[in-house]
Design a protein around this ligand. Structure first.
Ligand SMILES: [Zn+2]
Length: 227
């Protein structure tokens, strides 16, 4: 994933998040090209921005730091949570066509999945459709954004790709499985011992000491019996 920085004009985003924790990623279609979109966020009159814009070739331009609030989710209806404050917004180079819904390119979808895997790890966001949403789902019923990102965004494939990228690069804080404890070896304590005659203090054979028991070879046993 190629990531470039092209900072948005300060008019187009807000410093910080207030007390709001980031728990949503919002997917958009830009209705524009990669560089045109990133440049628009630098226009002091735009009053809009997204954290990232992903090009059709997989190039990613970051315009707003994740710790700041980008303006991508639209005005907040009364009584609704501030979706901008709680989310990361990702624009995608592309143009919607109601007759044939826009579909991201493979390179674009994969770059976004890789990006979102990192975002979910950094902010502790669960990977699933509750937390990864389209602009059209931010405030359901807002007809003006019904086609952002539109019916062509492959949600199932996208979420599978995000999970795949998380497995490839697990978060450092993720607990590791405990190291395997070696199974006890049955012969670990086996030692060869000399058997002595207590009265003469002379050797009378050998045996194997295993777990506090002495095992005699048939030869020694025979020798002892006949001795
Ligand atoms: Zn949108």
């Amino acid at each position: 994933m190629k990531l470039q920085w092209q900072e948005a004009h300060p008019n187009n985003y807000r410093q910080g998040r207030g007390d709001t924790k980031v728990d949503r990623v919002v997917i958009h279609i830009a209705e524009g090209h990669l560089h045109g979109t990133a440049s628009w966020f630098q226009n002091p009159k735009a009053k809009v921005s997204a954290h990232f814009t992903v090009g059709a070739d997989g190039t990613v331009i970051q315009s707003v730091s994740e710790k700041n609030t980008a303006f991508h989710a639209g005005p907040v209806p009364p009584g609704q949570p501030d979706m901008n404050a709680r989310s990361i917004g990702i624009e995608h180079e592309g143009f919607q066509n109601p007759a044939k819904p826009w579909v991201p390119t493979d390179a674009q979808l994969d770059a976004t999945a890789q990006l979102v895997a990192g975002i979910c790890q950094r902010h502790g966001i669960p990977v699933g459709r509750t937390h990864l949403i389209g602009h059209n789902e931010v405030f359901p019923g807002r007809a003006a954004r019904a086609h952002c990102p539109g019916a062509g965004w492959p949600w199932d494939r996208f979420i599978a790709l995000v999970m795949q990228h998380m497995l490839v690069r697990p978060a450092p804080s993720q607990p590791q499985p405990p190291a395997a404890v070696p199974a006890p070896q049955p012969d670990a304590g086996k030692r060869t011992v000399r058997l002595m005659d207590a009265s003469t203090n002379l050797p009378i054979g050998t045996g194997s000491l295993v777990n506090d028991k002495v095992y005699l070879t048939p030869e020694t046993l025979k020798q002892l019996r006949e001795g």
